[in-house]
Structures are given as structure tokens and as C-alpha cells.
Ligand binder design. Sequence first.
Ligand code: NAG
Ligand code: NAG
Ligand code: NAG
Ligand code: NAG
Ligand code: NAG
Length: 889
Amino acid sequence: MIALRNPGNIFVCLYCAWCFRVLCGYNVTRPEADKLILNGKWTLKNSNGTLSLTATVPGCVHSALLQQGMIKDPYFRFNDVAYKWIALENWTYTTTFLVPPSLRAKQEVHLVFEGVDTVASITVNGITVGKTDNMFRRYDLRVSEVLLEGENVLEVRLLSPVLYAAGRSQASAYRVPPDCPPEVQQGECHVNFIRKAQSSFSWDWGPSLPTLGLWKEVRLEAYDVLRLVHLSSVPVYDASLSQWTVEVELCVDAAEALKGNVTLSLPELGTMQEFPAVFSAGHAKSTFVLHLERSKEVKLWWPNGHGGQPSYLLSVAGLLGSLSLRADTQVYFRTVELVQEPITGSPGLSFYFRVNRKPIFLKGSNWIPAHALQDRVTPAVIKNLLQSAVDANMNAVRVWGGGVYEQDVFYSTCDELGVMVWQDFMFACALYPMEPDFIQTVREEVLQQVRRLKSHPSIIVWSGNNENEAALATDWFGIPASQRPRYLRDYVSLYVDNIRAMVLEEDRSRPFLVSSPTNAAESQQEGWVAADPYDPRYGDTHYYSYTQDCWDWRTFPRTRFASEYGFQSWPSFSTLQEASVAEDWSYHSRFSSHRQHHDGGNQQMLQQAALHFHLPNSSDPPRNYRHTLYLTQVTQAQCVKTQTEFYRRSRSEIVEGKGHTMGALYWQLNDIWQAPSWSSIDFSSKWKMLHYFAQGFFAPVVAVGFEDEGALIIYAVSDLSTDLLLHAVVSVYAWSSQDPVCALKSSPALVRGGSASAIFKQPIAGLLAGCGRCSRLSCLVTFQLQDARGPQGPLNYLFLSSPKDALCLQAPNITAVVQQDREGFVVTLRSLAVAPYVWLDVGAILGRFSSNGFLMVTRETVVHFFPWEPTSAADLARALVITTLRDLY
Ligand SMILES: *[C@@H]1O[C@H](CO)[C@@H](O)[C@H](O)[C@H]1NC(C)=O
Ligand SMILES: *[C@@H]1O[C@H](CO)[C@@H](O)[C@H](O)[C@H]1NC(C)=O
Ligand SMILES: *[C@@H]1O[C@H](CO)[C@@H](O)[C@H](O)[C@H]1NC(C)=O
Ligand SMILES: *[C@@H]1O[C@H](CO)[C@@H](O)[C@H](O)[C@H]1NC(C)=O
Ligand SMILES: *[C@@H]1O[C@H](CO)[C@@H](O)[C@H](O)[C@H]1NC(C)=O
């Protein structure tokens, strides 16, 4: 907070965490500062007072115990289980503070908690001032009457979340499944009974670390006449009038009825309008609609890859009686529609997003909480992950419904980077209770979150829950037929009658889906729970199969929109090292089983790998272990590549009624701890091989090759706005030689912007016969799109047999020279043979390569390394380990 002294009164600037803006104003009537931040060092005690420690707010009990050396890293080895006792205790946070007389003299003094995790009763000077039961809400408690002149004691008594959830479940009039997570997750039960990150009781990629604490800011707020609680600005385009309006909403608390004026201006557009403003006493909301002149050209916000992300400054100035109010905010103009309409040649409905009237293929992945202890998720971590998404050519992430509504910095970074957000409400893989107090707290949560987030252009869709329509439709929880109607009623009541109704009331600027996956409009027709929410002809789908051969694109559903799909892999060795010791470093160690929370996951990875690769069988166990980690990453990268390329090439065609795929969001972008998971970036922010592959398969222009009925078919896929005249250059290489055996060029074809079409087709037998002594086992093909200007999009390739069957795969003996240059470092690689899956690893040195995990057909190639921390060429050269597939034999 900054206070600038002016003659006669004080000009005050406040950072409003709730509305993520700096608010400034002259408080003419009473010039005192009006906030007292209560963050900092508090005292923390367990149930019986045997543990007493200093705890930082914002924070949680686990973090406090860790900071005080009373526990070790909960992520180390088996500590997550060893520390289960923490969440079985009740904990009390206490602080004392002095209230400046000027603040206490105000008409209204409020104690504001931006986030309490989760169930607590709050006392000031021994008097209960409030109770909490929802970590996704802000709590605002009136404390004027209980504050004392001298020292004040603030106490927050937190109840064990595990015991609370169990108690609520026991008290429930009927069963609300699931009861407990699968045993392999070593988690806690009944998480659906507590409004807390659903993954905090364990998930199939994360530990059970049910936190307790004050995870966001705590402060006193005082005012005499009025305070601004919330400000949002949502641009809306009226197509029939060709006119933009900006809906500016002010929520205030007013001690008395107020009348005055509010002026809104967009200086860069030369627009300013004054509105009469009337606020009734108490909590009041006013909406002002700023109309832009029809002739005004506004610069539009675009998703990454489709244009820039310009914004405009919007100033709000109010004069209400003797009070003046000023706030500045950013406005981004864009429209978004979810198009569901009949498709020629298909029985279903389309399902795609149109931004600024342009159909956009969503390319990206799913976001989970970046740490079980949310106070450890810094802006730097969030920005690095989102930048990595953009660096891999993504334009979208789905904030999955089992975690948290993310921090403001998450959404503002998405706004700036052009990353579209599919925002779930925080309900996942469960049915939910319907007690009135539960519904009430959810309603408040929804209202607050929608108001907080709706100004962000990056959010293009709200979605009510993760997989709960599917859970009911396909009966995950063994509900007797006689009881089904009740659960269906509960489902509709929570997501449709409550959440959907509230969201539509608060925000008309983006679509709302009830669930994911869903048949969307068709689900609605069927009473909101479709017979088959996975129907590829409607809405979005989630699809997982670990037993089918992922190299066979025929196994994937030709969906309208793939919002989840994926395969597991292990993190890099350097990441696992942070959480383990030497005896853990084997694939079948107790540690390896402990970290795998998906039943049979470790076995499934090897089974999938064994379909196409030799499994490592070195007699040297550490070598074997590292090679197995590498191979799981190779397998995952290849599987997700095959599936994603299938979706991208399906955007323009309908096959047997299916197709027109317009989204590919794989599961999952990031990790919550060091463990095997579906992520493409591991817990230390290090890119797995999949993330490097994503750079290629999400490239704006890409050649996708596959085999169908014995023919090699190559599609040209383009996300551009302009048409291209492209041909494919196809080269056949023998595994035994770095010189192509032969090369072909397709005739040029017009590839429309935003389309996918076949550009090359030839029987493989004929192709190989034309190349002399080539067979499926001895040769592979590479291909790339070109136009008159040269290559368009990355080089791609297709193996014509499994590498395990390939003949003459040789040890490439790759050597590397590392040098520093202006942008970072250059690694020059020399290879003696064609080398698949060339993997460069620099251990714990953080950063990323320009390319990695690639097929090296040339004798020499240059790769850049962009460090995220200071390092040197010598350190990099020392740390660099190069692995290729041949090393596993
Ligand atoms: C206090 O609680 C802890 C943790 O539940 C327990 O281990 C300890 O024995 C208790 N101490 C007393 C004095 O009750
Ligand atoms: C925590 O508080 C609840 C409710 O008051 C009580 O039932 C429970 O025994 C307490 N737990 C401990 C470990 O003291
Ligand atoms: C609001 O604006 C009108 C017209 O400009 C003016 O007459 C009136 O005094 C203003 N009200 C306040 C409270 O400033
Ligand atoms: C390891 O596997 C390769 C490929 O299957 C095989 O050629 C080799 O003999 C095996 N080595 C050992 C030690 O089993
Ligand atoms: C790589 O080095 C090994 C061992 O020195 C050798 O046997 C092999 O022939 C080399 N590979 C090539 C392609 O030259």
C-alpha cells in the first residue's frame, strides 16, 4: 500500500487482491488509511497444545512444520504417509495485533480472509465472529463491535479436514459415493463432503496431503461510507448492431445510500461516458454499460498463433457524495462462441469454439495444481509452466475440476500469452451432497469466482464439473436402479439449477457446459445426463486405453473435441533424485510402487513400450533404471503424438459420421510431485520428451503421416489464416545409412487456412520397391511440407516397423560440443548413424533445449539450450548425457 500525502487529504492507492487491481482515491471525508494487513508470523498449535510453532500466513500447517524443521520434505520418499497425522489433528492459528485508533473509529471494520483451508471457527478476543467451510471462498466478517483499544487476539481454529469429511458423510441421510479412493492412492475418504481441492485427499497422480491453513491474505478493512468490493469489465459484441459495449460492474458495501456519478473512459479509444450512480445501503451492485461508437475499430484479443493480445486501459472514476473513487483496469476485446450445429453427412452436432468469428482448433493440455501445498506455488512457477505451454505451440489449457480455481496471476498470464482457458468448477469424479448449507456455500463460491474471473478474455468456457455426468451415465459407483432418480435429481439441481443458473445470470460473455465430457446440447435434450456422454458425435470426450497399441490410430475415437487423453511416463532421473535415495532407484523398488497411484500403471507403461521397443535388460541396475525411465518417456511421447496427429488431421473431414475434430487437450501439462504421471512437464519444470514432441505435433503447419490399408498417406494440416500452396517432400532412409535412399515430391496442392487435407498417398510396398533394397524393417520415411519459400512446419517421420524389429539400427556414438552464444548455449551434435529418440539431459541444470527426443538422420545437427538459471558451457558439457534408443540394447 502506498499513501501519498496531498494538502488536506490523503491520496490512497490500495492493491485490491480480490479484484487484482490497484485502486486509488481521495478519501475526502476521513483521510486515514483503511487497511491493516495481518499476514506474517502467527502462532500455530496442535489439538492438545503439545506442538507450538511460528507459522507464516499465507501458508499451511505442513509448510509451517517444514519451515520450523519439525517435519522433513513431505515429498521425500514415503513421508506423505508418515505425515498423515497432520491432517488428523485440529490446529489453531493465533495472532495478536494493535488497531490504529483511526481505523477502529471507522463506521465499519471487517476482517477479510481471502482463503481459509478449510473448516474453521474464527474468534476475535474470544468472541466467535465467523465460521468457514470452503477454501474457494473469501470470508468477510464484521468485527467493529469486538475490537479493543489495545491488543487484539485473533484465533482461527481449524478442524481436521479428514475427520470433518468423515463426519459429514456419516451424518448424510444417504450415501454419496465414492466413499474412499482406490487403495493404491493411499488417500483419505469422503473428500466430496468438503469444499476443498478434491485432489488433496489423493489422486491417481498425486499424494494425499490434506492441507489446513490460511492460504491467502488476511486483513482488516475499515470504512465510513463505502468500500469497493469488486470491479469487473466484460466487453460484449452485439452482432446485429455491429457494436461493442463494455459492461462494468461495481460491487460496493455502503454504510448509507449514496448518489452520484460514475465516469468510464477508454482514453485510447477516445471514449468517455458519465452515468448517474445510485447505491443502496448495504451490499450493492451497479452495472454501467459503456457503448463504443459503431465506427470505432478496436484491436482484438486473439489466441496464441492467431494474432496479438492487445488490451485497453479502462478508467473508472466515481464521485459519490463527498467520496471519490478511482480504479484502472485492462479491457481485452474478443468474442467467443461454442458452435453446436448440424453437420452435413453426420448424425450429430458440431462442437467447436469460434473466437472473433474464427473457428479455432484448441491445442493444449490439462492443468492440475502445481503443488499440494498451494502456498508454494509462486508466480514464477506458474509463468514458467504457461510459457512452456506456449513454447510448445499450445493455445489452450483446461483448469481441471479437481484442483483449485487458480491465482489471479495464472489468468492474467494466460491473457497476456493468448492461452485460452477451459475453466471447470471444482467438482470431480464424484457425486456431491445436497444439504442446504453445502449448496449455500457452493453458491457463494460460484458467485465470487465468476465475479473474480469474468474479466479475463482467456477464459472461453465455464464447465460445471469433471466427469460427473459420465460417472452417473455409466454407473461408476454401482447405484441401485431404484435410487438412480434421486442422484439424477441431485446432479441437475447442483450443476444446472444452481451453478448454471448463477453463471448465466452473472456472465453472458462466454458459453457454459455442465460437465466434461458431455454431449452438451444433446445431453440437455436427454435431461442433462446423456445415455453415453462419450458419444464422439456430440460434445467433448475423454478417452484412455493402456492396453491397445497406441501406434494404431484406428483405436482412437474420432471425436468432435478431445478434452482428455494420455499416457503415463516417469519423470527424469534428476527430478526423482530430489525425492529418493539410491536404494529406490529401480523400477520395481518399494519407492517406485509407492509413487505410482494408478493401479497397474508401472506394468502398463512397460507393456505399451514392449509393443514396439526392446525393454532395457542391461546387467547394470542403475543403467537399467535410467533407461527404463527414458523408455517410458519415449513411449508416452510417441503415443500422444500419434493420437494428437490423428485429431489434428481429422479437423476437416467426416468419416462414418464422425470427425470435424476441433480440439486436442491431452492429459496433463504439469505435475504435483515427483512421480509417474500423464504429464509432459515434470515437477521440477523439466520438459519430458512428450513436451518436446508437442512443439512438433502442435506446430501451426505440420505434415501428418500414417498408414492406411498399406498406403502411406500424408496430410497437410494448417492453423493459419491464409492459404498455402504446399507439396510434401518424402525421403526414405535406411537405418544403416545417413544418406537418403530416395526422395519424392508430391505435386503442389492448395491447403486452405484452417484445414487438413491429404496431400500424398502411395502404397508403401510400391514406395519401397522404387527405392531399391528397402523393406519395412530396414527403412523409415521422413516428410516435410514445402512451398516456394522453403520448408513449412517441422520435419516429421513414420517408422514402417517397430524399432525392436528394425534391421541394422546402429550405435550412433553421438558426440557433443557445447558453446555459449548470445541467446544461451549451442550444442553441436555429430552422429555416426541414423538415431531415433536422441535425448539430451543436463541433470539438475534447469532450462530447455530448442529440440529434444528427435530423430537424427543427419551427420550433424545444432540444438540450443535456453537456461532458466545461471550456468556455463563447461557445466553443461559436464552434465550432458545423451541417450538414444540403441543404447538400450
Ligand atoms: C497430544 O497429541 C499428540 C498427537 O495426537 C499425541 O501424540 C500426544 O500423545 C498427545 N499428548 C498429550 C499429553 O495428550
Ligand atoms: C478435533 O476437534 C473435533 C471437534 O471438536 C473433536 O471431535 C476431535 O476429537 C478433535 N481432534 C483431536 C485430535 O483433538
Ligand atoms: C452528476 O452529474 C450531473 C450532470 O453533470 C451534475 O448535475 C451532478 O451534480 C453530478 N452529481 C454529482 C454528485 O456530482
Ligand atoms: C537384451 O535384449 C537384446 C534385445 O532383445 C538381446 O539381443 C540381448 O541378448 C539381451 N541381453 C541380455 C543380457 O539379456
Ligand atoms: C560406435 O562405437 C562402437 C564402439 O567403439 C563401435 O563398435 C561402433 O561401430 C560405432 N558405431 C558406428 C556407427 O561407427
